[in-house]
Design a protein around this ligand. Structure first.
Ligand code: GLN
Length: 450
């Protein structure tokens, strides 16, 4: 009944929203029947979820929402998704995204952009655009996204849902189509903090197939979000306020501060002095890694192959020109430039050094606080098309979300109320950034506010 209910809702709403790229109706109903027969059990038995098109799945297609991978069928399922299925989850289908997870609006999807359920003339955020819209419109009970520079938390904020990016290494990346390997992490988008904890617990833990996945033990009480968080000290980074935030974003953080203060938390001002370098460092590191990761799409091994030529070198060029969208090409060019001889030291190496300083800022801050409290985005969802001609304006939307992944830290966006700055009420988020591998504490702190 539950799975059928969600499938019916998808059938009636998703023509407008375009959250899903493909729906696995028959397979989902079959699996739901197996749950009913008691053949599928586990903590998530029968829970219907949507999975971002970036994850390899042995069922359906794995496109990363790119024409390059249109129709591609993976021979295997990503570890993270296999673990959710082992816990009993029912995958309803694959959700749309910005092509290869590059974008902050969902507009870079190769198969049509997702719309924000709160206002269908606006973007849902990105790159986990479909996962965020699907949760907000109740087209699944939980959704899985990925976050490289904000792609879970930013769309969660703009769609008014919870979005959690775990510590780098908490969840296996095996079977996740790679964008920027030193930043990419899978994570949940959900209605509540508790739901996020349940999905996180099912996906977490070491994996011999991913050498960057940590063997760090997953605490048994990770899902006990109502446990006492102990004495809370929250850090408010000076650098995250007073700049380009809307008045309602600032007010949302003020409200959060009041809730925490009422709960007995101590609020301390902190400094994250390298904050302003986050965007430039991120867009050098992420594009450099992307240019290398995307070299595999040559039209020979897999992916789109041009029909225009048989000459090998021309075939590479034509297949890539036809298969990749404009933003992906822009990133490959930026990244290739940053890695080229003569520029490597000036850009890539320097970015790595500043990345280390950003991490050190947080290490110093965590001597004075247990979590950082800040906005998720400077403002609410923008209109479709508003930033498509100005990539830099689009990149600046990530100002508060790039630093946690650069430092490898866990972070969560929780609905923070509404923003009226655009003449109508739109959701915004407040963000908590936690200590590495201490998602349990971060979730409990988030629950105090929720
Ligand atoms: N918006 C950022 C970008 O375009 C983040 C993307 C992500 O986290 N995958 O790179």
């Amino acid at each position: 009944e539950v799975v059928r209910g969600y499938l019916d809702r998808i059938a009636s709403c998703d023509g407008t929203l375009c959250a899903y790229e493909e729906v696995w109706a028959e397979a989902a109903l079959e699996r739901a029947a197996a749950v009913d027969r008691g053949e599928v059990t586990g903590p998530l038995a029968g829970v219907p979820i949507g999975v971002k098109a970036l994850f390899c799945t042995a069922s359906g297609t794995t496109t990363a929402s790119s024409k390059m991978l249109e129709g591609y069928r993976s021979p295997f399922t990503a570890t993270s998704i296999a673990r959710l299925e082992a816990a009993g989850a029912v995958v309803l289908g694959k959700t749309r995204m910005d092509e290869f997870a590059m974008g902050s609006s969902g507009e870079n999807c190769g198969f049509g952009a997702t719309r924000n359920p709160w206002d269908t003339d606006r973007v849902p955020g990105g790159s986990s655009s479909g996962s965020a819209a699907a949760i907000a419109a109740d087209l699944c009970a939980g959704a899985i996204g990925t976050d490289t520079g904000g792609s879970i938390r930013q769309p969660a904020a703009l769609c008014g849902v919870v979005g959690l990016k775990p510590t780098y290494g908490r969840i296996s990346r095996w079977g996740m189509v790679a964008f920027a390997s030193s930043l990419d992490q899978a994570g949940p988008l959900t209605h509540t903090v508790e739901d996020a904890a349940l999905l996180l617990a099912a996906m977490s833990g070491g994996d011999p197939l991913d050498s960057t996945c940590a063997d760090e033990p997953v605490p048994d009480d990770l899902t006990d979000v109502d446990a006492d968080p102990g004495k809370i000290r929250l850090g408010l980074p000076r650098q995250y306020f007073g700049g380009g935030n809307t008045a309602d974003v600032e007010a949302a953080v003020e409200r959060a501060k009041a809730v925490f203060a009422d709960a007995g938390a101590e609020l301390v001002e902190i400094d994250l002095p390298h904050t302003d370098y986050g965007i430039p460092v991120y867009y050098i590191v992420a594009t450099a890694e992307a240019s290398s990761n995307l070299a595999r799409y040559d039209g020979i091994h897999y992916g789109h192959r041009t029909a225009t030529t048989d000459d090998l070198v021309e075939l590479y060029a034509a297949s890539r020109s036809e298969g990749f969208g404009p933003e992906v090409k822009r990133r490959i060019m930026l990244g290739t430039y940053a890695l080229s001889s003569g520029y490597y030291d000036a850009y890539y190496n320097r970015a790595l050094k500043v990345r280390r300083l950003i991490r050190q800022d947080f290490d110093a801050a965590f001597e004075r606080c247990d979590a950082v409290l800040c906005p998720t985005t400077p403002g609410p969802a923008f209109r479709i098309g508003a930033k498509t001609d100005d990539p830099l304006a689009m990149y600046l939307n990530d100002i508060y979300t790039v630093n946690a992944p650069l430092a490898g830290l866990p972070a969560i966006s929780v609905p923070g109320g509404m923003d009226d700055s655009e003449g109508r009420a739109l959701p915004i988020g407040v963000q908590l950034i936690g200590r590495p591998f201490d998602e349990a504490r971060m979730l409990r702190i988030a629950r105090v506010y929720e």
